[in-house]
Design a protein around this ligand. Structure first.
Ligand code: GLA
Length: 361
């Protein structure tokens, strides 16, 4: 039985196996009034499945992943996972904060990626499901210890997923700390709006509300420049097929093996929930709109997928079979004083919101 088969109740909680350390993992299956379903597990806070209607009202699972916990435990490229303590890269796993140098776990060449060797994507989160006026909610909590993966401070993290009757998956992230620390939380879902088993995403039409992006070096660390997208393959200000320019001779596309870049979102009001990106899949008519309070979004075109992951229903995920739109602060911000600040201090609360809204045209 696939993970998306959840039953008819609004919130169903079921056992989803055990970690090698013997920790029980649960799967929360949410079904809204329209029949849209989201299933989220306590291991990694992973969105295991998410259905969305096409223009004829037919639901399909639009996120990559696996049917069984074992496949997630065996290793995977962050399918559906919560990412922390710091999403994306920190150069050489090093930064200095209030004059003190810190060294983080290095897990991506010479750099630190997505929180390190055992990031929040591999933690078992405490969970509570509830039916609220705003929708069906799964509240997840995780206590990240002082020194975990090299980060300073005990960080209390909370992530609330809400499935609304407007076919939105809302993700609210919050955190507090007892020592200053960088924090940058996101979700790493891989979307394929034709359905998770439908091949590449090159025909998806993407729009990103960004006049600028952050170019990177070979190791995908931003140079610090905020470069205009105008006249480059990074101009998604009008909806454009992802495949239209991905093979162009362009140094930035070469470094990423395709798109793997942070976009600087145009903001009307800093910290407000605004439309950041939209993706339209012409065959099914499915549309996904991404709203966020964050200043940036990482558009990753699934370049590292290489057929080694056998996903739901036995589907082999090949190169560019899914795309990620990871709302975030800019990569390597702890080493880039000109980028928006990412340091959380005791007495302050980290709080961000991202909404993925699904419809069809
Ligand atoms: C992010 C990174 C990519 C890659 C994926 C996971 O999107 O920017 O380079 O590491 O995560 O495979």
């Amino acid at each position: 039985m696939g993970a998306a088969a959840c039953g008819s109740e609004s919130i169903v909680r079921k056992p989803f196996g055990k970690t090698p350390e013997g920790q029980a993992v649960e799967l929360y299956c949410l079904t809204n009034r329209n029949g849209m379903q989201a299933s989220i597990m306590t291991y990694g806070g992973i969105v295991v499945s998410l259905t969305a209607p096409d223009r004829d009202g037919r639901y399909a699972d639009v996120v990559l992943g696996f049917d069984r916990l074992e496949d997630y435990l065996a290793g995977h490229p962050y399918f559906g996972a919560l990412i922390g303590r710091y999403g994306n890269r920190i150069a050489k796993g090093r930064f200095t904060l209030d004059g003190t140098p810190y060294t983080l776990a290095v897990n991506d060449g010479e750099n630190h990626l997505h929180g390190g060797i055992r990031g929040f994507d591999k933690a078992v989160w405490q969970a509570r499901g509830a039916i609220e006026k705003t929708g069906l909610e799964v509240a997840l909590a995780y206590a990240s210890a002082d020194g975990e993966e090299g980060y300073p401070g005990n960080l209390a993290v909370k992530v609330v997923y809400t499935l609304t009757d407007s076919n939105e998956l809302k993700i609210e992230y919050s955190a507090t700390t007892d020592k200053p620390t960088p924090v940058n939380l996101t979700n790493h879902s891989y979307f394929n709006l034709a359905g998770q088993d439908s091949g590449d995403i090159l025909g998806h039409e993407l729009a990103i509300a960004a006049d600028r992006f952050t170019p990177v070096d070979k190791g995908l660390i931003p140079s610090g420049e905020l470069r205009p997208v105008a006249g480059t393959p990074f101009d998604f200000r009008q909806p454009t097929a992802i495949g239209a320019r991905i093979e162009q001779a362009d140094e930035q596309l070469q470094f990423g093996g395709g798109y793997d870049h942070n976009f600087v979102l145009n903001r009307r009001q800093e910290g407000a929930l605004e439309l950041a990106a939209s993706v339209y899949e012409p065959k099914s008519g499915r549309l996904m709109e991404v709203f966020t309070t964050e200043p940036g979004i990482q558009f990753y075109s699934g370049n590292f997928l290489d057929g080694t992951n056998v996903g739901k229903g036995g589907k082999v995920y090949n190169r560019r079979n899914g795309l990620c739109l990871e709302t975030q602060h800019f990569p390597d911000s702890p080493n880039k004083p000109a980028f928006p600040a990412v340091i959380l201090r005791p007495g302050r609360e980290y709080s961000t919101t991202t909404v993925y809204r699904f419809s069809a045209q």
